[in-house]
Ligand binder design. Sequence first.
Ligand SMILES: NC(=O)c1ccc[n+]([C@@H]2O[C@H](COP(=O)([O-])OP(=O)(O)OC[C@H]3O[C@@H](n4cnc5c(N)ncnc54)[C@H](OP(=O)(O)O)[C@@H]3O)[C@@H](O)[C@H]2O)c1
Length: 252
Amino acid sequence: MKLVIGGSTGFVAKELIRQGLKNPAITSIIARGRREAPTPSEAGNSASKFNSIVVEDFENYSESVKKEIENADARYSATIIDYRASIFTIRTIAVTATKLKEIPFEQTVKISRDYATYAIKALDGLRNKQATHLRFIYMSGHFAPRSLAEVPQQLKTHGTVDAGLLRGEAEGLILKYGRESNGTVQSCVIKPGAIDHLSREKKETPGLPHIKLDDIAAALLDQTIHGFEKDTLTNDDMIRIGQKVLSGDQES
Ligand SMILES: NC(=O)c1ccc[n+]([C@@H]2O[C@H](COP(=O)([O-])OP(=O)(O)OC[C@H]3O[C@@H](n4cnc5c(N)ncnc54)[C@H](OP(=O)(O)O)[C@@H]3O)[C@@H](O)[C@H]2O)c1
């Protein structure tokens, strides 16, 4: 299967690429970002599965980018050329909580919501030509309410109610697209808490759960490959799935 990762240079995307290259179920990885994503140093022979694409306009996929995605398996996998294969996408592009104050809100709306809704439509268009299904994951966050009634105190305290509601709205749009596709587009939202790794200082926010980077990446790949347990996966769901995969209880 071919995996498209939106936001190829980010913290989570790098771990997805690292684990994805080792996974035999994934025949090609197309990493899309505004900057080149380096091939992981330990990739070895699987480096041939990796294709980093620099995208200039995230609301208008150029013909050349579309071609790269359409042809990915043909060009980058010697053994599997399956034009009926589905497209699998994990969307990590967003303005994360720590960067919200650096960016005007209109930009945040574009990056965290509009780029994702454009992507699901554009990739669905590609699916019509050469694939059977599109499976699409939108990475959101633990504090992303889908209505005013659900706004948690933490967002009020940090002055980030609008940003939280924006992510909740994006979740709703991505799920709606899947629901209205007659089963041809499967969409899923994941709502992690703080994602931890040794390279980062661990910070505590009241009410915000934690998950390890390798657990979340393993869970994301598992759900992309095997299908979604449900349309919205919580932090606890992702820990459970990721740890099961990494402990070897389940084929990855
Ligand atoms: N990290 C966490 O603890 C955490 C917790 C909960 C939820 N999440 C969610 O998980 C997802 C991934 O998080 P992350 O920590 O991997 O984020 P990250 O390291 O900040 O990466 C975000 C990605 O989005 C790209 N991006 C940002 N602004 C862009 C723009 N204007 N145009 C194009 N690309 C842009 C970044 O590109 P550049 O590298 O070029 O900036 C990067 O590839 C996000 O949706 C985030 O909200 C993260």
